[in-house]
Structures are given as C-alpha cells and as structure tokens.
Design a binder for this molecule. Structure first.
Ligand SMILES: [Zn+2]
Length: 356
C-alpha cells in the first residue's frame, strides 16, 4: 500500500462525512455518485486500480457503519487480482440470507461509467446495510452483504465465493437464500426474477439448479406492501425461451442457484420490447434516444437489419449518471429509494417474509 492509497482512503473518509451534511440528496444517491459519478471513482473494470479503489471505498463505508468487512481475494484470467467484500450482520445466528451486488464495471472504452450496472446495486446495498445497522432490534437471522468483484469477466467473484462456501458444508447449510442486485435502476420496469423453470447450465450436468421461488415471492409481497400496486416489483410474462418470471444464468445469482440455494434477482429493464434477440430483457428502455429508430406500435426497431442501439444502456455510453438523469429525470433516485425500502422491509423482518 503506497501513499497514493492512503490519500484515496483519506478522501473517502472526507466524502463519507460530507454525505451526512448534504440534505438535498438521499444517502443512497450520494453513495452512487461516489462510486460512479464524474467526481467519484467512475469506470472500474475488473483487475484495475479503480476496481481496488472501489473495494476500499466499500470496506471503509461498511466500517463507518460499525461492521467488520472481510476481503476475500482471488485471481482470474492471466493472474489478475480482484476481491469480494463480505459483511455479516449477526455472525452467530443459525440462518443466513445473502444480499449481493457486483462492484466492477465494463465497457469503459465505450464510455460507460457503470452507474446503473452496477453502481446502483452497490449503493442500494450499502444504504440497506446502514438501515439494518441502525435498527433498535437486530433481525433474528444473519444478513450477509457481499460486494462481488469481476462479475463482468465471467462471474469470477461469485463463482469463487460459492466454491469456498460449498467446501464448508455447515456454513453452506445455514444459507437460506441469495438476492442479487444487478442493474436495479435505470430501466423502464423493475422486475424480480427467479430460476424456477428454465434449466441453468451448471458446471457439471449432474448438478441441478434450485428452482424455489420463496425469496422472489417474499420480495414481491414486500414490494406491494411498501410501494403499492403501481410501483411494486413485476414478474415478466412468458416469452419464447423465457417462461414467466424466469431469468438466465448471466449474473451472480447463477452459481448460487447451481449450489442448490434459492435465488431472487432484482433487475430494471424492459421485457415487453422485441429486442435484438427477441423478448429477452436486454433492451432496457423505449426511450427514442437509445434507438436509431424505434417503432412504438410494435415495440421494436423500425428496421431490424439497420438497428445498432436496441434500447440498451448497460455496457454503453448511456450508463452515466448525467445521461440517465437527462433521459429520465428523477427515475434513478426514485428507483434507488424504492429498492432500499423494499429490501430493508424484507431483511429487517425475516420471520415475516423469509422463514416458513
Ligand atoms: Zn451487471
């Protein structure tokens, strides 16, 4: 650790103390600015100094709440380094629920600063952790918050974590579920998915993924209670290749499902769009600026052959705070707060939502 590192740590401490004094912006939004704003860390691809800087920011933020974060380091690719940051709210409890978000970003060369993918997920997780730390009565189960590294390079952090977990049968048996926050804001509709029908490709063919919907259903119930019918989480209807409410194995929930753990995946996108490869949820918005030409009546590209943008914001130049706020005034702040509200409700009352 050089002097540059110490300076970065000092700046983070100053930034965190500044948060308390800014009354115009919510705390979760300020976390997001510190992670992915133009005056914050910004792009933070796996294995880079910026990814490490983000890990330090997460560690320091957890510490400022009174938690004791653990850094689980791992290597990937050609000896590149990354780390998962792990926090337990009640290490001695007999049951554990995991809430996780990856903190690396991708497509810096295209101009992405990783605001929605996945600065938003990390910021919300931190705000939820702070809410839990401030409860008068702690939840009856352990909440494990995990910030994963190197998700964009092939789920490296979550795969490493799950491998370690499955080598400790007792600890593994205590995990009752995993909630994945990946791109929870920015898109047109906030969904909660599970892995309940469509088979996941797990590491070997003899492994079957967990298909329970208990965690997803808990989030649905809590979102309706706290946000009302109009803003509650949505389950997408059935489309070819994507049965109702089902998601694929492209984010950190997949290794958990393959380890037999029930999962829920919160994602903000738009499954109603007939995108580049059909109704697969990769087109996040109908906003015309994110399409070369969008045909409203059929919810697809005017010319499929010519379309280049497809309403995607993740991994593109659109994934920046200023741009998202310009395209959708108020959306980001609202979606962040809604996700914090729902998950604080579920995690603070596990006996009501998570245990049968
Ligand atoms: Zn992501």
């Amino acid at each position: 650790m050089g002097s540059k590192h110490l300076l970065a740590a000092a700046l983070i401490t100053v930034s965190l103390s500044a948060i308390a004094n800014n009354e115009n912006k919510s705390e979760v939004y300020q976390y997001l600015e510190l992670i992915s704003g133009t005056k914050g860390i910004g792009a933070r691809e796996a294995g880079t100094a910026e990814e490490k800087k983000t890990a330090d920011f997460i560690v320091n933020t957890f510490r400022s709440m009174g938690y004791h974060p653990i850094k689980q380091t791992f290597t990937f690719g050609l000896l590149q380094d990354s780390a998962n940051i792990i926090v337990d709210s009640a290490p001695d409890a007999k049951k554990t629920i995991i809430l996780a978000a990856h903190y690396d970003s991708t497509a810096a060369n295209k101009g992405s600063l990783g605001a929605i993918d996945n600065g938003a997920g990390v910021a919300a997780m931190l705000a939820i952790a702070k809410n839990i730390a401030q409860l008068n009565t702690q939840p009856s189960i352990n909440i494990r918050f995990i910030a994963f590294g190197a998700e964009e390079n092939g789920l490296k952090g979550s795969k490493h974590y799950v491998k370690q977990l499955t080598q400790q049968p007792e600890e593994r048996s205590q995990v009752i579920g995993m909630i994945n926050f990946d791109t929870i804001a920015g898109g047109d509709i906030t969904y909660v998915h599970s892995a309940h029908t469509s088979p996941y490709k797990c590491a070997t063919d003899d492994i079957t993924f967990n298909s329970e919907t208990i965690i997803r259903d808990a989030l649905l119930t809590a979102s309706e209670k706290k946000l009302g019918n109009q803003h509650k989480y949505t389950i997408h209807p059935a489309y070819p290749g994507y049965p109702e409410g089902v998601t694929g194995e492209w984010s950190d929930h997949a290794p958990f499902a393959c380890a037999g753990i029930p999962i829920a995946y919160v994602e903000s996108t738009n499954f109603t769009i007939n995108g580049e490869d059909g109704f697969d949820g990769y087109s996040q918005t109908t906003h015309s600026e994110t399409w070369d030409c969008f045909e409203q009546s059929t919810k697809t590209a005017c010319q499929r052959e010519d379309e280049k943008q497809w309403g995607k914001m993740w991994h593109t130049k659109f994934d920046q705070l200023d741009t998202i706020n310009r395209l959708f005034p108020g959306r980001l702040a609202r979606q962040l707060s809604q996700n914090v509200t729902v998950l604080t409700e579920v995690l603070s009352k596990p006996e009501l939502y998570l245990t049968r």
